[in-house]
Write a protein of this length. Sequence first.
Length: 201
Amino acid sequence: MIEERDYTLIIDKSGSMSIKDQYGGKSRWSVMQESTLALASKCEELDPDGITVYTFSGKFRRYDNVTANKVGQIFQENEPSGRTDLAKVLEDALNDYFQRKTAGQTKANGETILVVTDGEPDDRKAVMRVIVEASRRIDKDEELAISFIQVGNDPDAKKFLKILDDELQSAGAKFDIVDTVTLDDMEDMTLTEVLLNAIID
């Protein structure tokens, strides 16, 4: 199942990602860099054409065909600052998937989108709406998976992820395509382990 699948990683680069917290004095941003590198390396084994990476705050940037050797450059070009406009970037990633699907360019097993964020998005309802709409455009549950992974310990982020996990179907989603991992769920796992798990899951 994990082969013949595309992977997209969406990285929060809002201002709070520069905070140093539970990772032994490293900032969330530098932990994110290490984890992205591990993720890109693993995905390269499964999918040699690399992964799609987005960074987002108020605006977003997209990098296609990212292999492990390109990760450093992405982190050099982006600094944590600004807001958490998650709805727009998620919509772009999903539209991209559906465009490729229509054109017959998606992989046989669909796509996994990993979203790493440390705060509550600017517009929770908009994020829910984007996911619900996407769930109505797919043919089967396994085709599209969106994993939200919390870094840092912001209680609002945790609350938002809980809502996403529990209330999507009552909000009208056709399939429950979301999986969330909060800090509590991670227990002793590193962010890298959590990301790799999300791929295999």
